[in-house]
Design a protein around this ligand. Structure first.
Ligand code: SIN
Length: 218
């Protein structure tokens, strides 16, 4: 049986996978929008003073870019155990159809697969839900946890999305509110379609065999 699996990261898993993978490729999922609606009491905040991190909200017609990682059969159990621990603050595994944008041939070669995604749904105790963006920004500015400042999480996500050519209005606006520099214009030659609430460009580096470092921070 082929137990190769794909894991789709849309938050800290984009810039800090910290698990062993065989290949990383930008990809997207449809019908979901990325939002800073999940409270974090174990990474970017503390109990009683949660930070805000991203989860995915069902959103018909939306398209969310992130990073897809292929994990080999030999590593899969260990990787999922480590990710279950890292994402224990409200997230659970779900299977989603994944569209893979394959490196340089991003527009020509998009293939669909199924991937594991970590999702925090409204029934978890740390879920915070919607709030006006200035309120979310104020909470981000005030929050700090074992993995570092909440501002760092926002800015690293904004930078990682920018680096892969994916634009997400919600992330860009929040990053600007917490002190991000002005976003670089997206190169129209690499644009492949809309992202969560905005336009996205497919991106990027070709397939990689890089192995992530080991760390459980998020
Ligand atoms: C993810 O990155 O895919 C899940 C949310 C997070 O850890 O930031």
């Amino acid at each position: 049986m082929d137990r190769e699996a794909w894991i789709f990261g849309y938050g800290s898993l984009i810039w800090r996978p910290a698990f062993r993978f065989e290949r990383m490729v930008p990809g997207y999922i449809t019908g979901w929008a990325r939002r800073f609606w999940q409270g974090s009491t174990d990474h970017r905040g503390v109990p009683g003073a949660p930070g805000r991190v991203v989860t995915l909200i069902p959103s018909p017609g939306a398209l969310c870019w992130g990073m897809a990682y292929r994990v080999g059969e030999a590593e899969l159990d260990e990787v999922l155990r480590a990710l279950d621990h890292r994402e224990k603050g409200g997230y659970a595994r779900h299977d989603v159809p994944l569209h893979l944008a394959d490196g340089a041939a991003v527009r020509a070669e998009i293939t669909a697969r199924s991937a594991i995604v970590y999702l925090a749904t409204p029934d978890n105790p740390d879920y915070l839900g919607a709030a006006p963006l200035p309120e979310i920004a104020a909470q981000v500015l005030a929050s700090h946890g074992p993995s570092g400042s909440n501002v760092e999480y926002v800015l690293r996500l904004a930078d990682a999305l920018m680096a892969m050519g994916a634009h997400d209005e919600h992330v860009t606006e929040l990053a600007a509110l917490v002190g991000h520099r002005a976003p670089r214009p997206v190169d129209p030659r690499t644009t492949v379609g809309p992202s969560c609430g905005g336009r996205a460009a497919g991106a990027a580096d070709g397939p990689s065999t890089e192995l992530g470092a080991r760390s459980t921070s998020s």
